[in-house]
Design a protein around this ligand. Structure first.
Ligand code: 13P
Length: 249
């Protein structure tokens, strides 16, 4: 059985003092969670968040990472920097990175390889745009994105990654994929993983992301293929995020 994982993606929100306040509210609300709980925060918040979550079941994630170990890459962060800052998870290939910052499947793959090598758990984002879905490309596209991102990993390494299926048209729009759409596409992603890595596919946790909130999390999480959520807007309020963490309450 795959343990569910609910992760917040704060995006470009929360100063360190705001971050401290949010996790201080969150920690007691999710203490008895049955799933893994992660907050992926801006790097400037790592220290403040760590002070509060240390020794709790809330784990720290980053929102991106460069693939090189060090060097002349102004503004970038390496895996070692994240590790030493107490980070355990790192979101890679988010559609906002692909859309606004020119990231490609090839550079997402480099990041994934570097993260896994460093012992970080990548949360690899894939998902189609509205026009892709309308043109009938969704399955081919998410399969391709997934297999390129994982390329070069062993089956044992693949078992430990997290994939987030985030239809771009559902992010921050209030539109959610239906439970069936999300379940079906996540099933397609799992079969793509199986086609190369065999039964390792059964261990890979695949989240849904895109306007997931307290009101819709329960039925999404009840779908057999959906192993968790990557939560944007609703992760910025402790109460909402904790309700998603307790999706089966
Ligand atoms: P929203 O939950 O705000 O739609 O964002 C989803 C997302 O992009 C998480 O990575």
């Amino acid at each position: 059985m795959r343990k569910p994982i609910i992760a917040g993606n704060w995006k470009m929100n929360m100063t360190p003092s705001e971050a401290r306040k949010l996790v201080t509210e969150l920690v007691p609300l999710v203490r008895d969670a049955a799933c893994d709980v992660v907050v992926c925060t801006p790097a400037v918040d790592f220290a403040a968040v760590n002070e509060v979550i240390k020794g709790t079941n809330v784990k720290l994630g980053a929102e991106n990472m460069h693939w090189e170990a060090s060097g002349a890459f102004t503004g970038e962060l390496s895996a070692a920097m994240l590790k030493e800052s107490g980070v355990e998870y790192v979101i890679l290939g988010h559609s906002e990175r692909r859309q606004y910052f020119g990231e490609t499947d090839a550079t997402v793959n480099k990041r994934v390889l570097a993260a896994v090598k460093a012992g970080l758990t990548p949360i690899i984002c894939v998902g189609e745009k509205k026009e892709d879905r309308e043109a009938g490309y969704t399955n081919a596209l998410v399969s391709y994105q997934t297999l390129i991102a994982l390329s070069g990993l062993t089956a044992d390494e693949v078992k430990r990654v997290v994939i987030a299926y985030e239809p771009v048209w559902a992010i921050g729009t209030g539109l959610t994929a239906t439970d069936e759409q999300a379940n079906e596409t996540i099933g397609v992603i799992r079969e793509a993983v199986r086609s190369v890595y065999g039964d390792a596919a059964d261990d890979v946790r695949i989240q849904y992301g895109g306007s997931m909130k307290p009101a819709n999390c329960k039925s999404l999480m009840a779908q057999p293929e959906i192993d968790g959520g990557l939560i944007g807007g609703a992760s910025l309020k402790a109460e909402d995020f904790s309700k998603i963490v307790h999706f089966d309450a």
